[in-house]
Design a protein around this ligand. Structure first.
Ligand code: AMP
Length: 131
């Protein structure tokens, strides 16, 4: 039976279906976590809902359980994978957010050393802000 919630062309749906390989870090009935193929930190995981949802603009009440699970497992996953002293989660959305893959995913980034700044402050005069 065809599941209309899973799109044929989405690369992350293909990972969910096992059609392309991924180094999995966690899987349950709602979410899948796997290592990013182009890591930007010693620990770089992607946590996705198994159901295809293109962006955070497309989420609704029915997605709350999977979205909650993504956050609920992040700390345990990060610790297990070697980010035991802090990590960063990022969800990029749309053009402005530089989203490359249109299936909601949460980056989990960390490692032994502090990460760089989240965003550059210079453009918005953040350096001049006080308090
Ligand atoms: P974003 O810019 O937030 O959409 O990030 C998409 C991420 O997916 C990038 O960090 C890519 O390196 C990663 N990525 C793309 N294809 C794969 C794949 N087949 N397996 C693992 N990670 C992937």
């Amino acid at each position: 039976m065809t599941d209309p919630r899973i799109t044929a062309d989405c690369i992350f749906c293909k990972i969910v279906r096992g059609e392309i390989p991924a180094k999995k870090a966690h899987e349950d009935e709602l979410v899948l976590a796997f290592h990013d193929v182009r890591p930007q930190a010693p620990v770089h995981l992607l946590v996705i809902p198994k159901q295809h949802v293109p962006t955070l603009y497309d989420t609704a009440a029915g997605h709350e359980k999977a979205l909650g699970r993504m956050l609920a497992i992040a700390g345990e996953l990060a610790r297990k994978e070697g980010a035991a002293d802090g990590f960063r989660t990022i969800i990029n959305t749309g053009r402005v957010g530089h989203q490359e893959v249109y299936h909601v995913h949460m980056h989990v980034l960390g490692g032994p050393d502090p990460l760089g700044p989240m965003l550059s402050r210079a453009k918005f005069g953040g350096a001049t802000r006080s308090g």
